[in-house]
Design a protein around this ligand. Sequence first.
Ligand code: HEM
Length: 532
Amino acid sequence: MKLSIISHQLSSTLFWCLILILLVFTPLIKFFFKLNKKNIHTSRKFTLPPGPKPWPIFGNIPEMLANRPIFRWIQKIMDDLNTEITCIRLGKVHVILVSSPEIAREVFIKQDAIFASRANSWSNAYITSGYLATIFTPFGKQWKKMKKLIVTELVSSLRHKWLHGKRVEEADNLVRHVYNQCNKNGGLVNVRDVSRQYSGNVIRRLIFNTRYFGNGSEDGGPGLEEVEYVEAIFTMLEHIFAFSVSDFMPGLRGVNFDGHENKIKKACQIIRKYHDPIIEERIQQWKNGKKTEEEDLLDVLISAKDAHNKFLLTEQEIKSCVLELVLAAIDNPSNAVEWGLAEMMNQPELLKKAIEELDTVVGKERLVQEYDFPKLNYVKACAREAFRLHPINDFNVPHVSMKDTVVSNFFIPKGSHVILRRQGLGLNPRVWKEPFNFKPERHLKKDGSNLSLEDPSLNSIIFSTGRRGCPGIMLGTSMIIMLFARLLHGFTWSVPPNESSIDLFETHGGTTKAKSLVAFAEPRLPPETYSL
Ligand code: HEM
């Protein structure tokens, strides 16, 4: 009897426990089931964007290796499939390439929050000592901390004003250097070298408050150290987003399969050889009280404090951040100005228009200053056109999707790398008439109002947009326009005597100009204007 009462009580307790469990868990189970069903449903209902059929395990890596340079292979795939979005699979990773502004806006504006992460790759991790900075760091706490610091402390309007004098010094140095070159080499100037060095000088001056790492050169040009440094930066940039096999086959990381790892390591060592001793010494100066006032961006980074009044950044974070800033600032301005000037030299009427604008706005008695920029719409249109037609790289920095989603009726799985093709967008014939022709007028506004270099419509990409958009627009714009305007206004440019025109071929492997632009330069302002 007792036993039956106990067993009855037990079974009723069990019964109620079961009911409770069901009550609590059923909605949860249903929720997860629904979610899963939704994912399965989504991936069944929507297909991946069109693309070549992948092999098991390796995906399209074999074709990728057989068809380098990759961007020309991808361009051909998209042309053959007549598509503005494609998917190639590299190892397990779906890489989605886009050359449609409508799809670009869906990814970078409408679904920006989903695509705000970055790829986990050997080079990204190596360069940033394990994702301690911003550009290459996946979405998360560290990225938010570093991006906020850049936006509020390094590139705000106030900081831009604070750094004005340093930018002017380097703009003057640029003119002095080119002026001195006019008297050497029979007036032949290597515009690529001059532009790269100018960009390097500006960012170095802003960060380290110095023009030279060593003794420099008396004519305002680079010393041996700066030449080595800028070369290392370009080597690094060339190999970061270069589809290294080990980025897609993690088992190959560290074995230097395609030579990229060693090149990045070597370039990184060179850059750090110059940066690190300065950074380490400066940190000591702040710690031992020898330095108490901010004089440049390095001081700003070192002295930044957190909510508890403690130093916000570690030494490694400072080093990684400085390295990224340098990588961010040098290649775009120099490439755009080299291409822009090359295109204009082959169409002298464009060169004439730009110079007329500069003479009207600035006159001939002084050099261009930043306050002239709002009135230099034609020069800015030329810069925009150079970016549209000749971006430094076809590939924008990859964005990584943080969950499964659907874009333009295609299924995009979580972890996909979405890459906007800068040249693909810039040459899209649906958007741009006569896309292959350099026509700055297409950018001018009808009402003549101030033109900016931003393009949030993503019809072309200069600074990009959204959470991962470039925070350095103000500084970047001033570097590009100052470089372009001072070269155009200060000098008359002509094709070297033994050439009939400037050749406009791209390198086989990329979108940079195959041959450095070397042109004949003559000062066009009164001599006293150059005595800086
Ligand atoms: C000079 C012309 C410049 C151009 C054309 C340019 C362009 C770009 C582009 C296209 C991106 C990628 C955006 C994306 O992922 O969608 C980017 C990212 C970035 N740029 Fe610039 N940039 C320039 C200068 C600078 C400068 C001077 C700085 C320094 C403050 C800077 C800092 C950054 C940073 C930190 C990011 C990463 C943002 C993130 O991942 O959240 N850039 N830039």
